[in-house]
Design a protein around this ligand. Structure first.
Ligand SMILES: Cc1cc2nc3c(=O)[nH]c(=O)nc-3n(C[C@H](O)[C@H](O)[C@H](O)COP(=O)(O)OP(=O)(O)OC[C@H]3O[C@@H](n4cnc5c(N)ncnc54)[C@H](O)[C@@H]3O)c2cc1C
Length: 380
């Protein structure tokens, strides 16, 4: 066993950290306040070439392994949470199906500009009546001559209001439930495709989230991504990565919140000494740091399992859950350390508190994850 990152990976981490420090971190508070997608930052950041980390070099990608990609996500999450969401959707779910199943023409027209940051992607599962339970998807795709006609409305779509293309989950066989779901590529400009207004969000406010409307949108046959009815199987393949990525974002948010709270605890005095000298305050740092170390170790182990081609669905779910719960605890403790000052945007503690909530839904809600883990445990 060797738990160390390679020299190349450490070098890569420093490179990404430097870019995030330089380009993203100075703008965290402004991005959160404006609650708008920072297109200029997107363009500048895209120029560094990281958007193609998970894609083949033949299409302008970097062919990086999972561990290396996760290093990138962990460092990016030290910056703006909203920007992180916009970028990670682009790099994982937003382009995964196009990269894996797209024809050479689609890859050239959609994937390559997405890797360069010129086109923005979205992934559309959720509908008003269907979130965790994908069997509730009502968007239909009906075969029509040499193409498909899609009809339905997707909600809560990250990058939805600004996307140039979307990967849409629709049912090609409503009677088959989960086994009737399929993925389609829909590009902006196709008649009937409309991007909705952004919705106001509690946190991750630099990403824009909203509806994507498909009003009898006709797409060519090649826009069916993969085989009909296999949609859910394909989701499982990418979800492990999404869960590790989300878990590492939890570690970074917790880390940043604790570091900020540490500085505050050393400055702030009560009853004649800095509050950092009280045992009950020290305990918060000790407990959260210990849990963060455990979560992070588990997450990188799962990333390693993905690279090794090992089955790791349960481990990925467990790691995402452990990390997110740890993060929610850490950001809560940080606001307690700030006490009254944790209740105002003048200090960052409340932003960490808000941002961390986004971790709860990405990659599966905790109720759904734990129910699955419990069921499989009992079956063993
Ligand atoms: C910031 C943000 C960005 C998002 N971006 C996207 C995106 O880009 N694309 C996209 O498609 N979606 C996106 N979503 C939607 C997200 O995927 C859903 O919120 C998530 O799937 C949960 O669905 P839901 O909100 O409808 O909750 P529901 O599924 O309705 O769940 C409601 C509650 O019931 C619980 N529950 C559900 N099923 C069970 C069960 N079997 N056992 C026990 N409890 C259960 C849940 O845990 C939860 O507590 C985004 C959401 C947020 C907050």
């Amino acid at each position: 066993m060797d738990f160390r990152f390679s020299e190349e990976q450490e070098f890569f981490r420093n490179q990404v950290r430097d870019a995030v420090d330089r380009l993203v971190r100075p703008r965290i508070a402004e991005i959160d306040r404006r609650a708008e997608f920072p297109r200029d930052l997107w363009d500048e950041f895209a120029g560094l070439g990281y958007f193609g980390l998970r894609h083949p070099a033949a299409h302008g990608g970097l062919d990086a392994d999972t561990v290396t990609s996760m290093i990138f996500f962990e460092e990016l999450a030290r910056g703006s949470c909203g920007f992180f969401m916009a970028v990670t959707v682009q790099m994982l779910m937003g382009t995964y199906f196009v990269g894996r199943f797209g024809s050479p023409a689609i890859r050239q027209r959609v994937l390559e500009p997405a890797i360069r940051g010129e086109k923005i992607g979205a992934i559309c599962f959720t509908e008003s009546q269907s979130g965790s339970d994908l069997a509730g998807v009502r968007t239909t795709a009906v075969r029509d001559g040499d193409g498909w006609v899609l009809h339905g409305t997707k909600e809560w779509i990250t990058n939805g209001p600004i996307c140039d293309f979307a990967t849409v989950l629709a049912t090609t066989d409503p009677k088959a439930g989960l086994k009737g779901l399929s993925f389609f590529l829909v590009e902006d400009g196709t008649p009937g495709f409309a991007r909705g207004q952004k919705i106001e969000k509690l946190g991750a406010r630099g990403s824009v989230t909203g509806e994507v409307v498909l009003d009898h949108v006709r797409v060519p046959a090649e826009n069916l991504l993969g085989e009909p009815g296999k949609g859910v199987t394909y989701v499982t393949d990418i979800l492990n990565q999404v869960r590790v990525m989300t878990g590492l974002a939890a570690c970074s948010i917790a880390d940043e919140a604790l570091r900020d709270a540490k500085d505050y605890a050393k400055r702030r005095e009560a009853f004649g000494k800095p509050i950092s000298e009280y045992q009950l305050i020290r305990e918060k740092f000790g407990r959260c740091w210990a849990k963060r170390e455990a979560a992070r170790t588990l997450l990188y182990r799962v990333a390693w399992m993905i690279d090794a081609g090992l089955e790791c669905q349960r481990e990925a779910m467990a790691a995402k859950w452990v990390a997110t719960e740890m993060c929610l605890e850490a950001v809560d403790e940080a606001t307690r350390i700030y006490a009254g000052n944790g209740f105002t945007p003048e200090y960052p503690a409340e932003r960490f508190f808000r941002d961390a909530r986004f971790l709860l839904s990405g990659g599966g809600t905790h109720e759904v994850l734990l129910d699955y883990l419990g069921r499989t445990y009992l079956r063993q």
